[in-house]
Design a protein around this ligand. Structure first.
Ligand code: AP5
Length: 220
């Protein structure tokens, strides 16, 4: 299975990808998580990317395409789910080219659709674990003990790019540069639209329904 999960910042891509990989045994490849790891490690790539991330702008395609090609080449035979990549039409075309060179293609695309108003609320309440990457929300997905990760007891933090002015820039970049990627995939692949305004479990059920049907039908 090679799946792309598209959606605006805060649409729930990371939350749902964790559930998809657990159910289907795939590798979760999040471009945002990889960039944050690079930034925290102080690598050259991380230092270059940080300037864009902090202001809510997209990191240039040439940096991202190379970084994700390296990550995808290490994926297991069971496949992967891409979270946050591709984010421009050029990234999508480069991904297709690189998969085609090894006789592969994207099998299915999930497009999480959420109203901008809901997104702003979600990002204001997001808290993440700096150690294991688990994501919570102060209202919608609370940890058992307030402010503490259920998995490893680490204190939860707020992402620096979740401040209101940076969120506004991220949404602008999404509408201008990433929404056209949905159209690109509609022309070339199967795209499933998912109403992601619903609660976390309902969204997971919608996604599993679509993926179960897609892969049973395709493999029959
Ligand atoms: P990235 O880390 O990819 O951020 P993003 O796409 O903006 O997405 P988020 O991680 O903010 O949100 P999400 O959709 O995963 O939502 P989550 O599940 O956390 O990118 C960061 C930056 O890196 C970019 O701005 C850019 O600079 C750079 N970058 C990354 N990839 C790039 C690329 N390909 N090209 C160029 N630059 C790139 O959920 C959000 C919150 O809502 C959580 O608190 C969660 O608990 C809650 N929640 C989730 N689902 C629900 C629900 N159904 N109901 C209620 N609450 C919910």
């Amino acid at each position: 299975m090679r799946i792309v999960l598209l959606g605006a910042p805060g649409a729930g891509k990371g939350t749902q990808c964790k559930r998809v990989v657990a159910r289907y045994g795939l590798l979760h490849l999040s471009s945002g998580d990889i960039l944050r790891q690079e930034r925290d490690a102080g690598s050259e790539l991380g230092r270059k990317a940080e300037i864009y991330m902090d202001s809510g702008l997209l990191v240039p395609d040439e940096i991202i395409v190379k970084m994700m090609a390296g990550a995808i080449s290490k994926a297991p035979a069971s496949g992967f789910v891409l979270d946050g990549f591709p984010r421009t039409v050029n990234q999508a075309a480069e991904l297709d080219k690189s998969l085609a060179s090894v006789g592969r293609r994207i099998d299915a695309v999930l497009n999480l659709k959420v109203d901008d108003r809901v997104i702003t609320e979600r990002m204001g309440g997001r808290r993440s674990c700096p150690r294991c990457g688990a994501v919570y929300h102060v209202e919608n997905l609370k940890p058992k003990v307030e402010g503490i990760c259920d998995n490893d007891g680490t204190e939860l933090v707020q992402r620096p790019d979740d401040s209101p002015d940076v969120v506004a820039n991220r949404l602008k970049a999404y509408h201008a540069q990433t929404e056209p990627v949905v159209g690109y995939y509609r022309d070339n692949n199967t795209v499933y639209d998912v109403d992601a305004n619903k609660d976390v479990d309902e969204v997971s059920a919608l996604i599993f329904g679509k993926l179960d049907a897609h892969f049973v039908v395709r493999d029959a």
